[in-house]
Write a protein of this length. Sequence first.
Length: 180
Amino acid sequence: MSSSVWIINLVVLGVVLEADLGRRKITWFRLARPVIVAGAIVIYYLTKTPVATRSGGLAFELALAGVGIVLGLAAGLMFRVFRDQGIPWSQAGIAYALLWIVVIGARIGFAEATSHSHSLQVWLGTHHITADAITDALIFMAVGMLLTRTATLRLRAAALPAATGPRAAEHAAISSPADR
């Protein structure tokens, strides 16, 4: 397993946990940062690795992308989303962190097992799943989880009741670029 697998997974974990743990404002930058990271990952890997279009590779890629979307939805629903003085906030705790740690640990473990588990290698060979398809599938899973978490958080923040009263107007009038 290459060091890039570790680096990408640890960067994703670091970005997500730094952005989400504790009580955080829901700002455009906070929502854009994971999308930028996902875009960089896709550009880096998919320019080097072709998407599988035959045999079991494509099905494997789509399956892991689907798993990533489901996990991203679960992650996005673990937040407590609320308004405080008219500003949308979220709060995530240990359960959220554990979900991401377990998922990223499983991805790294699977990537490691593809090199060291004879039975897994036989299964992959039987289903015509290439190393490129495995790389793509893990990337699609990571990106699917990251983007779905971001979309879920954005939609939940948008669904919050609008702030009312004089404090809401005051915050809207004096918000700074750092607050956005």
